[in-house]
Each structure stands twice: as C-alpha cells, then as structure tokens.
Write a protein that binds this ligand. Structure first.
Ligand SMILES: [Zn+2]
Length: 201
C-alpha cells in the first residue's frame, strides 16, 4: 500500500511556487507520503526535471500527469509524459487517456473551473473527492458525485505552495510502480484522506 498526493503544481504552472527540487526533498523527508503526481496546468514541462530528481531516491515516486483546462472544467490525466493533442475537449482527452492507458480524473468538480454535474456526461475514470484547497462542503459534494457515478474517489492537495503540498493523500493498494498504481486506481482500490485525519463523511 502506498500514499500518494495526486494533484501538485510546480513552478512550471505559472501560479505555483513549488520547485521540483523542493517537492522531491519534501517527499524524501516525509515519513509516509512518498508518491506525488505532478499535474501542472496545461504543460508537461516540469515532469522530466522532477522525475529525474526523484530517481535518486528508490522509495520516492513521481507519477507523471497534467491538468488540462477544458471549456467544461479541469480534467487531470494521470500517467502521461506528453500533453494530449488539441483541441482540448473533454471527449478528446478521454479518448487520449483510454488509448494510452492513463487515468482521467475530474478535478474539484464543484469549485471554480470544476466540471460540476457535467462530469456525469462523460466516461471518466475517477473523481477528486478531497481537494486540499477546497472547502469541506465542496469536497462533500464531490464525494457524493463519485458515489453516485460509482467511481473511485481520489485525494490531492492541489498545492501551489510547498506548505500546501502533501496535505492530502490517496491510499492506493499498489507498490511503487506506476502501471500498478494506475490499474489499482481504475479498480477502485483507493481511499481519500486528509493528511491529519481520514475523511469519511
Ligand atoms: Zn490544480
């Protein structure tokens, strides 16, 4: 079983101050969260650097990803080192995700730039039910959405600063292997948590 923060922005998102180096150092120092997904806004430019820095540490793993802004709301792709082809419609992103064995995640559905109930119209793989910078009420609505769609609920900090990172994590029944992690997420072998307490509503 691993604990992973599945939603982090680095300085390659122009609204984040988390450097790849600081993120990797925090994972190295952390006693239980050793996995993080780098999900910058609309770019994969920060991935290589972060993955390279983490490669020195056998107990730390970076899941490659990206958070794409679509007209309907933000969608995270986990497991990709490349950006999906444009135009970035929800349909195109889901097709890309499926063709490349990635995982599509509806980010913070009921916050600004969230897909809200539109998520119900698409065959996404998972819903972010705990977002570290969303209110408890908004997260609760996301959890209800995931349950009603019978989809796995994931947690991520959505950190844009180092102090926000690793404040949320997903427990995943997998080892430190990206393919295994992605498969376990799709199978729903996951639970969403806040770093200090479990979130079961
Ligand atoms: Zn985000």
């Amino acid at each position: 079983m691993i604990r992973a923060d599945l939603h982090i922005h680095t300085t390659y998102s122009d609204d984040s101050t988390v450097t790849p180096k600081a993120l990797v150092e925090k994972l190295v120092a952390h006693n239980s969260i050793k996995v993080a997904a780098v999900t910058d806004h609309n770019t994969i430019k920060g991935l290589n650097k972060t993955i390279k820095l983490a490669a020195t540490y056998p107990d730390v793993l970076i899941i490659p990803g990206v958070e794409i802004s679509t007209a309907e709301g933000d969608l995270i792709i986990l497991g990709t080192n490349v950006a999906p082809p444009e135009p970035w419609t929800v349909e195109n992103i889901i097709d890309f995700t499926r063709d490349n064995d990635c995982v599509s995640v509806v980010a913070h559905p009921y916050r600004e730039y969230g897909m809200g109930d539109l998520a119900r119209n698409y065959e996404v793989d998972a819903i972010e039910v705990f977002n570290g910078v969303s209110s408890p009420h908004i997260n609760k609505l996301a959890d209800k959405l995931a349950k009603s769609m019978k989809l796995p609920g994931l947690a991520g900090s959505d950190a844009h600063s180092l102090s926000e990172s690793l404040t949320a994590y997903t427990k995943i029944q997998a080892t430190l292997n990206i393919d295994e992690i992605l498969k376990a997420i799709k199978k729903g072998l996951v639970t969403a948590h806040q770093a200090t307490r479990s979130i079961h509503f």
